[in-house]
Design a protein around this ligand. Structure first.
Ligand SMILES: Cc1ncc(COP(=O)(O)O)c(C=O)c1O
Length: 418
C-alpha cells in the first residue's frame, strides 16, 4: 500500500491546470476535441482540468498531483498507459514509415488477428474513430440491402447523432430505440421492416446482465425482416469479451464495429463482419486506413489478448471494485449501486437509477440530484480519476481496487450528507 499512501493527501491545488484549460478555450471550442474530457465547472477546486502524463494505471495533472485513473482515455487503455511492448512496436514502426503509398502487410496481419479473435469477424476494414466505423457500417448495410432506414440504440458517435446538425430528411430515416425493449423493435420493424437496412445496438452498460435474451431477440427480428444486425462493440469489445457483447450473449451479428480495446490508445477502429457483406464493400475509403503505427500497436495488443487472459483479469479487478463499492453503500444505507456487468458498470444514484439518457455518451448524461458531482469531488480529492463507467486496465492492482473502495465509501458518505 506504500505507493498509495500519498494519493489521498494532495500536495498541490489544481489552479494551473484550470488556467491552462481556460487558455485552451480561447482557441479550441469546448477547450478539447473530446466532449467527455471537459472538466466540470462545478468541480473547479477539485478536478484537474488538464493532465501532464500517464503511466500504467496512474496519471499526473499539470499541477503535479498523482491519481489512479479509472477513465483510461475514455476506455481504450485496456493494458495500461505506456505498455512497453506496444509502445516499442509503435516506435519501431515510426522508423519504418507512418503512412506509405501502397499497403503494408501489417494491415492484413491485424485484420487476420481480428478474424481469429472476434466470433463475427470474417473480414475487417480499418478506420480511425469509433463513430466513423459505425457510420461506415450503416452505409455498408444500406449498400448491401438497398434500403434506407437505420435503427440505432444508444450512443454510436457523432456521425449517427441525430440532432439539428443533420438535415431533416436524414433524421427522418433514423430511429433510436431503447435497449432491452424488444417490443419497440418488433413494432418498428413491423411497420418499416421492408425499408430497414440495419439495426445498430450498443450495450446499455447499466442494463447488461447474464442470460438476457434481448440481443438474440433482435437478431431473430432482423433476420425475419431482412435487415442487418450491427453490434457496436466500441466499448464492449476487448473488455466484456474479446468479441464484446455478441460473444458474451452468443449472438452472431452481420457486422460489428470495434475501436477502444484494439490498440491501447493508438487511433484505430474497425468494421468487421460476414464475408458475403464485406466482399461487397462500397466506395468507403480513408487516407489513413493503412496508417502503420496504430496497426503495429494493434498487432501487439491483439497478440497479448490472444496469448493472455486479459479479459479474465479485467473481470476480477472490476468485480472487486463493484462488489466492494456496493457492499459499503449498502452497509451505510446509501441508495447508490454500480449495476450492469462489472467491466463496464453504470453508476445508479437514487434519483437517476436508470443511468440517464442513453442517446448521449455516458459521461455527458445529466446528473439531476448532483450526487455524481459530489461523489466525484470526493474521489478527485482522494487521488482518483472517476468516470460514469469505471474502467480498469491490466496495469491496475488489487490494492488499487481496495483503495478505490475505501475512497468511494468516504466520498459517498460526503455526497449523500451534502
Ligand atoms: C458505444 C460507443 N459507440 C461509438 C462511440 C464513438 O467513438 P469515437 O468517439 O471514437 O468516434 C463511442 C464513444 O464513446 C461509444 O461509447
Amino acid at each position: 500500500m506504500s505507493d498509495l499512501s500519498h494519493l489521498g493527501s494532495r500536495q498541490h491545488g489544481v489552479e494551473r491546470s484550470w488556467q491552462q484549460y481556460r487558455e485552451a478555450c480561447e482557441v479550441l471550442p469546448w477547450g478539447t476535441g473530446t466532449s467527455s474530457k471537459r472538466p466540470a465547472a462545478a468541480l473547479a477546486d477539485d478536478q484537474p482540468a488538464q493532465l501532464d502524463r500517464a503511466r500504467g494505471s496512474r496519471v499526473w495533472d499539470v499541477d503535479g498531483n498523482e491519481y489512479i485513473d479509472f477513465r483510461l482515455g475514455c476506455g481504450p487503455i485496456t493494458l495500461g498507459y505506456g505498455h512497453p511492448l506496444v509502445d516499442q512496436a509503435a516506435k519501431e514502426q515510426m522508423d519504418r514509415g507512418v503512412l506509405t503509398s501502397l499497403p503494408v502487410d501489417l494491415e492484413r496481419r491485424v485484420a487476420k488477428l481480428l478474424t481469429e479473435l472476434v466470433p463475427c469477424a470474417e473480414m475487417a476494414r480499418f478506420f480511425k474513430g469509433g463513430g466513423e466505423a459505425m457510420y461506415a457500417a450503416t452505409r455498408v448495410a444500406r449498400h448491401f440491402t438497398r434500403r434506407d432506414r437505420v435503427v440505432t440504440c444508444g450512443y454510436h458517435g457523432w456521425h449517427l447523432t441525430m440532432d439539428d446538425t443533420q438535415p431533416q430528411a436524414v433524421r427522418a430515416l433514423f430511429t433510436d430505440l431503447p435497449y432491452g425493449r424488444t417490443d419497440a423493435f418488433a413494432e418498428y420493424l413491423k411497420a418499416y421492416g421492408q425499408e430497414t437496412a440495419c439495426v445498430c445496438i450498443s450495450g446499455d452498460y447499466g442494463a447488461l446482465r447474464p442470460g438476457d435474451p434481448f440481443l438474440a431477440d433482435v437478431r431473430e427480428l432482423t433476420q425475419r425482416h431482412g435487415a442487418l444486425l450491427v453490434v457496436d462493440e466500441i466499448v464492449t469489445g476487448f473488455r466484456v469479451r474479446r468479441g464484446g457483447i455478441h460473444e458474451y450473449f452468443g449472438v452472431m451479428p452481420d457486422l460489428a464495429a470495434f475501436a477502444k480495446g484494439i490498440a491501447n490508445g493508438y487511433p484505430l477502429s474497425a468494421v468487421v463482419g460476414r464475408r458475403e457483406i464485406m466482399e461487397q464493400w462500397p466506395m468507403i475509403s480513408i487516407t489513413y486506413g493503412g496508417e502503420a503505427v496504430s496497426l503495429a500497436a494493434a498487432e501487439v495488443v491483439l497478440g497479448i489478448y490472444r496469448d493472455q487472459d486479459v479479459i479474465g483479469r479485467l473481470w476480477l479487478l472490476a468485480e472487486r471494485l463493484q462488489v466492494g463499492v456496493n457492499e459499503v453503500a449498502a452497509r451505510r444505507g446509501i441508495p447508490f449501486r454500480m449495476h450492469g456487468l462489472p467491466v463496464c458498470p453504470m453508476m445508479g444514484f437514487a434519483a437517476d437509477a436508470e443511468g440517464g439518457d442513453r442517446s448521449r455518451p455516458a459521461s455527458t448524461r445529466r446528473d439531476p440530484a448532483g450526487y455524481q458531482t459530489e461523489l466525484f469531488r470526493g474521489l478527485y480529492r482522494r487521488g482518483i480519476i472517476p468516470f460514469p463507467v469505471m474502467y480498469e486496465s491490466l496495469a491496475h492492482t488489487d490494492e488499487e481496487m481496495d483503495y478505490a473502495v475505501a475512497a468511494f465509501d468516504e466520498s459517498l458518505q460526503e455526497a449523500y450528507r451534502s
